[in-house]
Design a protein around this ligand. Structure first.
Ligand code: C2E
Ligand code: MG
Ligand code: MG
Length: 698
């Protein structure tokens, strides 16, 4: 109802009203008091005049009874003067009371008359001696004294009586005046009192009203304050809530900044921070600890074969096992399929080896994801503080190099860092740099490894295998530089060169009247996707007038399954151009047989790993037999790779795989060695056998 502004207005108004009222009432009171004072003063004067008149009257009466008339006359004159003086003082207050002056004048004139009479000789000292006027009057009446004397006394008596009468009139007037004055003063006092009472009452009322308003306003203000307090409390609670949310968001952010969202274990950032702290703590004591860098083997194939959601589940499962084996705070996922471990208190290789072995053992149990049973292995590398490095970055880099070495040595193993590994990495970098010049410097060479029909003892075709003849290092294996070429993208250019060289070589041999059958050319993953093969290959065939039958393309299962739909599209186009397609290293990658069935494949090459232990390893034997059986069912040609012994060849021949490629028959040969070979019995007797070779797929 009221706000503080209204309250202030009301208070100001009330104070102004009280002040104004007080001033007005004060003025009125002052006026009243001034009148009152005047009345009191007038009353004093009239009282004084009254008293003087009263004395005068007394002295007048005493004239009648005194025996010393002379003295009394003197007293009377004094009283008259006194009265006259006092009446004169009173005169200004009398106003227009004419009667008073009349009475006074009569009194004064009577007094004068009496004075004159008293000066009469009859009232000489002698005569007047010891006799009052009344006595003389009585005596005179009784003794019938001298009549003049008697008349004089009687006159005097009459005059005195007359004077007394007027003195009484005047006394009455003065008394009335006094009485009126008193009542008027009382009236003034009463009015003043009433006024004061009114003022007090009104002030009191105003104060009550003001107090009421103030209390209401205070109440209202209190309510407002309470409301504000409540609002403040709500706002405070909201603020606290928001703060909590912010804190939790910060915690979440902090968590997501330091933890991997997929596996819920620490991420690289967290790991590196922890590692840096650990190094800080161990700096002074130089107490050793180890860092493991782990990379899953062939994870890309899992992703490509089963899809990314299964791939994610595999990573989660690996993280769970890692956590169980080591503990959450000592492990991390670095992204992709890379993980890392810190092994504190690792005094020697053995201490840390125990840890990684425990994890590898746990990982060896197949992962059951949905209906899939997935086998996974990993490669790991360790580096030690302070032996191998003094900072986190270097420790990790060295552990990574060791892991890389483990990969290079066949995967599913672990390695400890050595300085030579850094040397190898350095070499690899150097290799990468010189590979860029290899093509323009004519340092690449194709070797040709014959594929033989064991039943006829005859070469039916060749696989082109690249070598890099580095002027400083010598002959470098494709296993070493093809991955680098893949990573750097140089493979596209190199791949085209290989295809062209194969076509050129084929046509050269053919022009020499030789029949080398076909040349199989290896195609890399990047080449299949980015090499524009469906155009490049037909163009080359056309350019060299090379029969498409004479060129075969080899692709691994993994390469195809990297991008199945796209691969199928390109392979179909290549197949439609008349080219033959072979699956290389069959059995080592993840592939869907159902999918393979839909591809325009002509040949499978059984991987060397299945051949290695033939004929003694029963399992490998069974696998090989199955593959042969499968090829027959799907009407695919079949080649066995890596035949190194006669027994292996016999087993394969016996099981229905007569085509072989291996050191037992021929190592990869220089192009210059081939014409002589084709001229040998391995080249076949001209005629029927060359025809056979010309139609290797029929
Ligand atoms: P791949 O295509 O499976 O080639 C067969 C590899 O097995 C060749 O190794 C060959 O020399 C080797 N080999 C053949 N018979 C035997 C044997 O009896 N015992 C042993 N131990 N090895 C045998 P190479 O030439 O070192 O090639 C290795 C891999 O490098 C090839 O495997 C292929 O994947 C790749 N490669 C080779 N040349 C090329 C190429 O021109 N282009 C592409 N993209 N990759 C190539
Ligand atoms: Mg091959
Ligand atoms: Mg192979």
């Amino acid at each position: 109802m009221f706000n503080t502004l209204t309250l202030r207005k009301i208070a100001n108004f009330s104070f102004a009203a009280i002040l104004g009222g007080s001033i007005a009432v004060g003025t009125l009171l002052l006026l009243l008091l001034r009148d009152y004072e005047q009345i009191i003063a007038d009353q004093q004067l009239s009282k004084s005049a009254y008293e003087a008149l009263f004395v005068l009257k007394y002295d007048t009466e005493r004239l009648l009874t005194t025996s010393d008339l002379e003295k009394q006359t003197h007293t009377l004159i004094q009283s008259k003067e006194e009265f006259n003086k006092r009446f004169a003082v009173l005169t200004p207050s009398i106003g227009d009371k004419k009667e008073w002056f009349q009475f006074r004048n009569i009194v004064l004139s009577e007094l004068e008359k009496i004075e004159i009479l008293l000066k009469d000789e009859n009232f000489s000292k002698q005569n007047m001696m010891e006799k009052s006027l009344l006595r003389r009057l009585g005596e005179g009446l009784n003794a019938n004294e001298n009549s003049v004397y008697y008349i004089k006394i009687r006159d005097l008596n009459n005059n005195i009586a007359y004077l007394k009468q007027y003195e009484d009139f005047l006394l009455d007037e003065l008394y009335t005046f006094q009485f009126n004055n008193t009542s008027q003063a009382d009236k003034h006092i009463a009015e003043a009192k009433l006024m004061i009472i009114w003022v007090i009452a009104i002030t009191f009322l105003l104060l009550i009203v003001l107090a009421y308003i103030v209390s209401r306003t205070i109440k209202k203000a209190e309510n407002n304050l309470l409301g504000i307090q409540v609002n403040l409390r709500i706002a405070l609670a909201e603020l606290e809530e928001k703060q909590k949310i912010l804190v939790s968001q910060r915690d979440i952010l902090e968590y997501s900044a330091h933890y991997d969202s997929l596996t819920d274990i620490p991420n690289r950032l967290h790991f590196v921070e922890k590692l840096t702290q650990l190094i800080g703590r161990h700096k002074d004591t130089s107490e050793p600890f180890a860092v493991w860098f782990i990379d899953l083997d062939r994870f890309k194939e899992i992703n490509d074969s089963f899809g990314h959601s299964i791939g994610d589940r595999v990573l989660q499962e690996v993280a769970i096992r890692l956590n169980e084996a080591i503990g959450k705070e000592s492990i991390a996922r670095f992204g992709g399929d890379e993980f890392a471990i810190i092994v504190e208190n690792a005094q020697n290789f053995h201490d840390t080896e125990v840890i990684i072995k425990r994890f590898l053992k746990m990982l060896s149990d197949p992962l059951m994801i949905d209906s899939y049973e997935i086998f996974i292995t990993c490669s790991a590398g360790a580096s030690f503080f302070p032996k191998d490095a003094h900072n986190a970055e270097e420790l990790l880099r060295n552990a990574d190099s060791a892991m890389y070495q483990a990969k290079a040595e066949g995967k599913n193993t672990y390695k400890f860092y050595t300085q030579e590994m850094t040397q190898r990495v350095y070499e690899r970098l150097t290799l990468e740099n010189s590979l860029r010049k290899a093509l323009s410097h004519d340092e690449l060479i194709l070797y040709y490894q014959p594929q033989v029909d064991m039943s006829r003892g005859e070469i039916i075709g060749f696989e082109a295998l690249i070598r890099w003849n580095n002027p400083e290092i010598g002959l470098i294996s494709p296993l070493k530089f093809i991955p680098i070429a893949e990573e750097t993208g140089l493979i596209i250019e190199i791949g085209e060169w290989i295809l062209e060289e194969a076509c050129r070589q084929m046509m050269q041999w053919r022009s020499q009247g030789l029949n080398p059958g076909y040349i199989a050319v290896n195609i890399s993953a990047k080449q299949l996707i980015h090499g524009n093969l469906e155009k490049v290959v037909p163009a080359l065939l056309k350019q060299y007038r090379c029969n498409p039958d004479w060129i075969e393309l080899e692709l691994t299962e993994s390469i195809i399954m990297n991008n199945p739909e796209y691969s199928k599209n390109i392979l179909t186009q290549l197949s439609e151009s008349g080219l033959k397609l072979a699956i290389d290293d069959f059995g080592t990658g993840y592939s869907s047989l159902a999918y393979l069935k839909n591809l325009p494949i002509n040949k499978l090459k059984i991987d060397k790993s299945f051949v290695d232990n033939l004929p003694y390893n029963q399992a490998d034997g069974e696998i090989v037999k199955s593959i042969i059986h499968l090829c027959k069912g799907l009407q695919l040609k079949i080649v066995a790779e890596g035949i190194e012994t006669e027994a292996q060849g016999k087993f394969l021949l016996q099981e229905g795989c007569p085509i072989a490629q291996g050191y037992y028959y021929f190592r990869p040969l220089l192009a210059s060695q081939i014409p002589a070979l084709l001229d040998s019995p391995w080249g076949g007797n001209k005629g029927e056998k060359s025809e056979e070779k010309e139609k290797p797929y029929d």
